[in-house]
Ligand binder design. Structure first.
Ligand SMILES: [Ca+2]
Ligand SMILES: [Ca+2]
Length: 303
């Protein structure tokens, strides 16, 4: 009995590693491991949270693996509190939540907000900025949301980004990406906190010239391996590498190299990437996959 269980477990583990090579899926079903000296930070575009028939239990089954998860495309803020409640139930630990003001085009009706949920026994709100950015020149449709957190010796400002998909007379995606660098450089000029984790749905591959330029202008490094994070329309796989995590050099020193991936939520929650599971995954979870990264918190704080 013991042997049979052990062999099944080994086969299951092997299948996680072998499956991507044999099917063309490159997303990881690896679950990040908590330790006393790390923190797991994620960003997740949950399509129209509160306005779509999501399965909050299944979303909690995904987010429970992170210590802190930025949420993009919140339509109803009360659903964020509900989700935190589900996370309490699933993990037996208390979860906190915050959200920013609703964002929109100056002449449009569509709105969304950013939010963050976090496991309170692992992470706490830090002293510092908690705000949408001051979008003085009306560059952003969804003004990025910045929240300061702390765990152990690591305090940092999480900056969540969601660029517009469609350009319009009021602005363009390419200017928004350039705007991220400008905002970051501006904030670094007066904030005491100098550790930033810039994460979100950029609607660009990390290799796009606009993204390379943003990284170079703001001294950022892309730490995710540019894995695809959206669904193909025929559900036979994933489509575009749009969700990323960037950090400046000083924060890069805390990044546990290799520990940043897009999570294949379909495999984690439903078991495999069959077309029917991919359809269920897009409907009940999201049309994006979350991206996560692990940072060291043992080094002493220096800002
Ligand atoms: Ca704006
Ligand atoms: Ca810091």
């Amino acid at each position: 009995m013991w042997c049979r269980h052990t062999s099944s477990a080994i086969l299951l583990i092997l299948s996680f590693y072998l499956y991507p090579a044999s099917t063309g899926f490159s997303q990881s079903a690896t679950i990040p491991q908590r330790t006393d000296t790390n923190v797991i930070v994620a960003s997740y575009n949950i399509k129209w949270l509160g306005d779509q028939p999501h399965d909050l239990d299944k979303l909690a089954a995904v987010i429970q693996h992170f210590d802190l998860c930025g949420i993009i495309e919140v339509k109803k803020e009360r659903t964020v509190a509900e989700l935190a409640g589900k996370l309490n139930q699933v993990t037996g630990q208390p979860w906190g939540h915050v959200f920013g003001f609703r964002t929109h085009r100056p002449h449009g009706d569509y709105h969304e907000a950013y939010a963050v949920v976090w496991r309170k026994d692992r992470v706490e709100l830090g002293g510092g900025v908690v705000s949408n950015v001051f979008d003085k020149n009306e560059i952003f449709r969804n003004d990025p949301f910045v929240v300061t957190f702390r765990r152990g010796g690591f305090d940092f400002a999480l900056m969540l980004v969601h660029t517009r998909w469609t350009d319009d007379p009021e602005g363009t995606r390419i200017k928004e990406v350039a705007g991220v660098a400008n905002q970051l450089n501006w904030m670094k000029g007066f904030l005491a906190e100098q550790d930033f984790i810039v994460a979100g749905d950029f609607n660009y591959s990390g290799s796009a010239p606009a993204m390379k330029s943003m990284a170079s202008q703001a001294g950022l490094t892309q730490i995710d391996p540019n894995q695809k994070s959206t669904f193909k329309s025929d559900f036979t796989g994933y489509a575009s590498p749009y969700d990323h995590i960037f950090v400046p050099n000083r924060t890069l020193a805390r990044f546990q190299s290799g520990n940043c991936h897009v999570m294949d939520t379909t495999r984690v929650v439903y078991g495999d990437n069959s077309v029917s599971n991919m359809k269920a995954s897009q409907k009940e979870l999201s049309d994006h996959l979350p991206v996560w990264a692990v940072f060291d918190v043992a080094l002493p704080d220096d800002d």
